[in-house]
Write a protein that binds this ligand. Sequence first.
Ligand code: SF4
Ligand code: FES
Length: 237
Amino acid sequence: MTNQRIQLTIDGRKIEASSGQSILAAAEDAGVYIPRLCWMKGLSPAGSCRVCTVRVNGRPQSACTQPVTPGMIVENDTEELRGLRRNLIDMLFVEGNHFCMFCEKSGNCELQALAYRFGITAPKYPFMFPQRELDATHPEVFIDRNRCILCSRCVRASGELDGKHAFGFVGRGPDKRLAVNAEGGLGDTEVAVDDEAVGACPTGSLLKKRVGFEVPVGARRFDHVTIGSDVEEGTAK
Ligand code: SF4
Ligand code: FES
């Protein structure tokens, strides 16, 4: 990334950005929240969830992977794009078994928080109720693939931040699933409870054991704040 400053427009507002920045990062620096799920600060972008889709000079692009260019016109907060994002989020709910009311991550889950932000109260597509495997072989961490949205944040965090490459994907299409690099399951990997990979999961798919429901309802991360409001208020870390 160079320090060359360029100008672009997002939702009709002129903003400045550094050449080489992604649209998502430039928008974030300017206090504009672009909804996202597979993107995480400090990780390479995956461009897989498409929740961050914006229109760039009229063409749909993923904001987390598309670099800014001078004079670019970005549309982010339009009814069309909100509808597209609602549909993507809706699909993620029905493709897995999320059961938010019983999930330990409820109130701290980015998927659920995005559903709140977009006013989704019930999915509009039929539930698929897939058969998914749990992995409780690790003494301190478990995997509940029912809630996995295949965002690859754990995969990238384990490789890029933990240096362990403990996670990956196997299978294709509806059979694609999160795998670990040990035949005996997570307990046979080098994964430690404090690994960045464990904290990277936006849903309740990778969780620390024995800490569920620690924060009472009403005091959880998204009980009072809407996801993205920290970006809009300029307090995002
Ligand atoms: S376990 Fe979590 S972080 Fe990993 S791919 Fe699934 S949802 Fe994403
Ligand atoms: S956040 Fe950009 S594609 Fe997922």
